[in-house]
Write a protein that binds this ligand. Structure first.
Ligand code: NAI
Length: 362
């Protein structure tokens, strides 16, 4: 946490807790130089203030990287799903937070939160604030349903590492990983391995995406008949063209980076690759497309969702996909070419692009 107390932020950290539900929550507003803080709310049994602060900083770079006028923020709710009613915990979090900081933060979706949860947030807020990611029936832009983040991950990859005929390994078949899997295949790649928190599956001739995605998230891999079932984590070491971590942070460290057998890494998840791992991969000639460049499809859709709240017109999903594709492809190209001409890692190039925009606003 303290390593993040620097020239950029955080500007505000608010902790709330509720003894009735056992909920503990935190909001970190990192930097609002370019606009009000917006970022997803993560709900998980294990979550720290430091983790939420790191994610809020990623949001600062993500909004600036995609050149949209919001600031970096993130919220996290720690709760035990075995003993706590999730809806009650979420309502307690929203109520307590909106008492503390009325309308300074816009709640969006992150790991562990669904469109239904966004509807609960909106119901709890009523006129006191905004939630984005609500279902279409409630006037929202349903970006889970549209799979905008995963769509953008595959689009950004294709712009700098054309996917036709390539093989992709995906870690995490949740909101991001599923939509990415679908788009990777539409762009001509085959997904040869995938995992959820329950296990992994590998088929060198390509998994049947329709069958894989037809079963629900956390049972997807064990329920998939066919392919070879593997121990968790081993999928990342399968020889492939692209590795796409789309689940957790901190999954590729320097030692794993030295053993990856791929030509390209795209960060679908936030912060899956350590700084040391990025350097090891750069030295091996393997570019890593940074999270805040590759997974910014969700924030582009969130910007549409914010606009939609003020307008009687619903945005056309085709326009959202087109904007994501154009913006993310251009960004990926800018970052990869800046990194090769400056001899830096793509992360360093992306960070300097985002930093210069935030510094100008500050
Ligand atoms: P999710 O909760 O929908 O899915 C996470 C998936 O990861 C689940 O399928 C789960 O089974 C899997 N998983 C968990 N532990 C695993 C392990 N050890 N090995 C393999 N798979 C494992 O979460 P979501 O929304 O897809 O988010 C994933 C990542 O993408 C997170 O880092 C999140 O911050 C990031 N992200 C999500 C965005 C969104 O629009 N949902 C936007 C930008 C980033």
């Amino acid at each position: 946490m303290f390593e993040l107390m620097d020239e950029w932020g955080p500007e505000k950290v608010v902790c709330v807790s509720d003894s009735r539900t056992g909920m503990r929550g935190v909001l970190v507003i990192d930097n609002t130089a370019r606009g009000m803080g917006k970022g997803g709310t993560r709900m998980s049994p294990s979550l720290s203030v430091a983790e939420v602060a790191r994610l809020a900083r990623v949001m600062t770079w993500k909004w600036a990287g995609v050149d949209l006028f919001f600031g970096g923020a993130k919220a996290g709710i720690r709760f035990d799903p075995a003993s706590v009613d999730k809806e009650a915990a979420l309502r307690a979090f929203v109520r307590l937070l909106s008492n503390e900081i009325p309308s300074e933060y816009v709640v969006g979706l992150d790991m562990g939160l669904t469109e239904r949860d966004a509807a609960i947030v909106q119901d709890e807020l009523r006129s006191r604030g905004a939630a984005v990611g609500t279902p279409a029936e409630l006037g929202g832009v349903p970006y889970d349903q549209l799979g905008v983040t995963g769509f953008g991950v595959a689009e950004a990859t294709d712009a700098v590492f054309p996917l036709a005929g390539r093989r992709v390994v995906i870690q995490g078949l949740g909101a991001v990983g599923r939509a990415a899997a679908r788009r990777f295949v539409e762009l001509g790649a085959s997904v040869i391995a995938a995992s959820t928190s329950l296990g992994a599956v590998h088929d060198p001739s390509g998994l049947d995406i329709d069958r894989l995605l037809a079963v629900p998230d956390d049972s997807a891999v064990p329920a998939y008949a066919g392919g070879e079932h593997l121990p968790l984590g081993s999928e990342l070491l399968i020889p492939t063209d692209v590795v796409a971590p789309c689940a957790l942070q901190d999954v590729i460290d320097a030692s794993l980076a030295a053993r990856l057998s791929c030509s390209f890494v795209v960060e679908g998840a936030n912060m899956p690759t350590s700084v040391e791992a990025q350097q090891v991969l750069a030295a091996r000639g393997i570019p890593v497309l940074p999270d805040f460049i590759a997974n910014a499809g969700g924030v582009v859709a969130a910007a549409y969702a914010m606009d939609a709240r003020l307008s009687p017109f619903r945005p056309d999903p085709a326009a959202i996909y087109a904007t994501i594709s154009t913006k993310l492809r251009a960004n990926a190209q800018t970052v990869i070419s800046a990194s090769s001409s400056a001899g830096t890692t793509p992360h360093q190039a992306a960070r300097s692009l985002a930093e210069s925009r935030v510094r100008t606003a500050m």
